[in-house]
Design a protein around this ligand. Structure first.
Ligand code: E4P
Length: 217
């Protein structure tokens, strides 16, 4: 399973890259605004900075909600760098934009996916990734992991090449559950990735080894 880090914070992206297991980055307008990125030139520069740090795919979301605007922005973003994946919402205009951009050989990430039907249309339009939002479903008493499993099964059954990019991951256990149902990618906060390393027996065992190593000196 691939790991993407879900942030526009350059320090966190550098940290994740330094860990040596990072496969890409996802951003969205909320994450970009949180970093104080404002205006066209600053947005473009920030995406370029992210691409300089990581080796893998970098999702950059269109701001327009209309088809014409989406494809114009999408083509501009894709031309920035070969690592850019154009992120578009799972709306009628978004699905049409995925179809258009795919025909132009531009990679896409269909985002804000909350149902198998949205994922199906994104896959049929040729999306490189679909992003079902686990945490936001869980927040609304709907099982987010069950949706990931349903989409993974559907794509396997019909041999869709679209990858299931589990998004809105809130904690480490979500990552493990994504592994269990066969998600292709998990995009996570850095804290959730680092959480995979946490185990008290590792800490206790290491403390003992350090203590005993002094007897060997
Ligand atoms: C996905 O690409 C989104 O950026 C992200 O995972 C949304 O997560 P949130 O629900 O924590 O905002």
């Amino acid at each position: 399973m691939k790991f993407f880090v879900d942030t526009a914070n350059l320090a966190q992206i550098k940290d994740a890259q330094a860990l040596g297991v990072l496969d890409g980055v996802t951003t969205n307008p909320s994450l970009m605004a949180k970093e104080g990125i404002k205006g066209h030139d600053a947005i473009i520069k920030h995406y370029m900075d992210i691409c300089d740090i990581v080796d893998g795919d970098v999702s950059a979301e269109v701001l327009s909600t209309e088809y014409e605007g989406m494809i114009k922005e999408g083509e501009e973003l894709a031309a920035l760098h070969k690592q850019i994946v154009v992120k578009v919402p799972a709306t009628k205009a978004g699905i049409k934009a995925v179809k258009y951009l795919t025909a132009k050989k531009i990679k896409t990430n269909c985002t804000l996916v909350f149902s198998a039907g949205q994922a199906l249309l994104a896959a049929k339009a040729g999306a490189t990734y679909v992003s079902p939002f686990i945490g936001r479903l869980d927040d609304n008493s709907v099982d987010g992991i069950a949706l990931i499993e349903q989409i993974v099964d559907m794509f396997n059954y019909y041999d869709f090449e679209t990858q299931v990019l589990a998004a809105s991951i809130r904690h480490t256990m979500h990552i493990i559950q994504c592994v269990e149902v066969g998600a292709d990618v998990a995009t996570c906060p850095l804290s959730a990735i680092e959480g995979l390393l946490k185990h008290p027996l590792t800490d206790i065992g290491l403390a003992q080894f350090v203590k005993d190593s002094q007897r060997m000196a």
